[in-house]
Unconditional design. Structure first.
Length: 187
């Protein structure tokens, strides 16, 4: 059975996001803007050379369900928030292991670029990485932490261009950018 939102309540002591009202001055006019301070993040495009496929995740996202009452499942890159005293590359390595089940050496995790997400509400920075993997690196089934609901998905390289433009697959812009980058730079 698909999840259903029962109610929403005001967040009093948030753990991961901090709602706030920004007061600023622009062109000598005092203005305000509602925003959320949130963690920066990393995301990783994984390409499995043995399977000729991209390794992505399918994950339930309650905020998506809030705006699309029929489906909160999203196709995404392996990703995680920056909430540890580790380098971004080390966080990316941990997320690959945790979510997708691959142990990838740090030197094989290549930084692609960074960009800002949800700029109308949080403006958090996401750093995008790439790693080429093979089945010898697989150490577990992945799936994320106990409180997460993550399914590891393989998208064949030959199907990826159709996948990224098919609206039937709810996906993030970062995933689309990463696939386009791959076809421009690696293919």
């Amino acid at each position: 059975m698909s999840p259903v939102i029962k109610e929403t309540t005001r967040l009093e002591n948030p753990s991961f996001v901090k709602p706030l009202l920004i007061h600023y001055k622009q062109n000598d006019i005092h203005r305000t803007w509602e925003a959320v301070r949130s963690h920066d993040s990393v995301s990783i495009l994984l390409y499995n050379i043995d399977l000729d496929s991209f390794v992505i995740v399918k994950q339930f996202r309650p905020p998506v369900l809030l705006n699309n009452e029929t489906n909160g499942m999203m196709y995404e890159l392996c990703a995680g928030i920056v909430d540890k005293k580790l380098s971004l590359q080390e966080i990316a390595k941990e997320e690959i292991h945790e979510e997708c089940g691959y142990d990838v050496p740090l030197q094989m995790i290549e930084e692609i670029t960074s960009f800002y997400t949800s700029v109308g509400i949080s403006g958090a920075k996401q750093t995008l990485y790439y790693a080429q993997i093979d089945e010898s690196m697989k150490v577990s089934e992945g799936g994320g932490l106990e409180e997460e609901s993550i399914e590891v998905i393989h998208v064949k390289k030959e199907d990826a261009k159709e996948f990224i433009l098919n609206p039937a697959y709810q996906k993030t812009p970062g995933l689309m950018v990463a696939f386009y980058w791959f076809f421009d730079k690696k293919s």
